[in-house]
Design a protein around this ligand. Sequence first.
Ligand code: NAP
Length: 250
Amino acid sequence: MTQAYGLIGYPLGHSFSERFFTEKFAREGIRNAVYRLYPLPDLSGFRDLLRNTPGLRGLNVTIPHKVAVVPLLDELDETARFIGAVNTITVDAQGRTKGYNTDAHGFLVSLERWIPDLRQRPLPALVFGSGGASRAVRYAFDQLGVPHTVVSRGPEKNAMDYAALPGWLSGHPDALLINTTPVGMHPDAAACLPLPWAMVGSGHFVYDLIYNPAETLLLQRARRQGASVKNGLDMLILQAERAWHIWQHA
Ligand code: NAP
């Protein structure tokens, strides 16, 4: 039977995952697999999807279901449990589900390729945003031994306020600045996090998890200040490859 894979989320417009897996199947001659989009406005249709999709073996999960899908799954792997968000699900022949988080893996591997000596010489990091991607990034930083602080608009415990940024940056001329918010993402590409730009310089590594546009306003401004910059495309590819590995070895 054809193996079915797909993406749940809402809304699902142009999907990276659909293109990535469709091209992969064609390139690698994988003829017994298909990858489809399953737009679910809410998760009330999740169990029906599992029941009514013949050959379903794996799902990716995107906004807004990464956290809400967790209690609907039969099992969670350790990383996903710790992060509290799932972006990959395996479905066995009996319809039993297990959730994984491959964002943390994608972020960690892409970061180490970018800054190879980070484990030996950890830089302090600011993580902008406190949502699902932020939790995956913080999990990766814990693995790498990178000290990190969340910058949030809200009252999350242990988070820093945006107003405190000038003080922090003046004391940390060498640091990682990671955007895990959707600010600056297509179609709102004119938006940008409110950073005190005069304090951003050549000792800063600015990583924006956004991949569309390829260079956000945040990365443009950081680059003009002399910072090293990176977008979220490598992470996106690495998390998708990891999902495929998990589906093949489930
Ligand atoms: P999310 O759960 O909605 O969290 C986003 C966080 O951003 C919120 O918790 C919020 O934190 C902050 N935020 C939201 N609107 C903001 C605003 N107007 N100004 C400042 N902060 C704001 O979303 P997510 O799933 O973590 O995804 C976030 C971004 O990461 C998206 O752009 C997504 O495409 C990207 N992403 C990329 C990859 C990749 O592979 N490259 C993987 C996962 C996610 P506070 O309330 O604490 O401020």
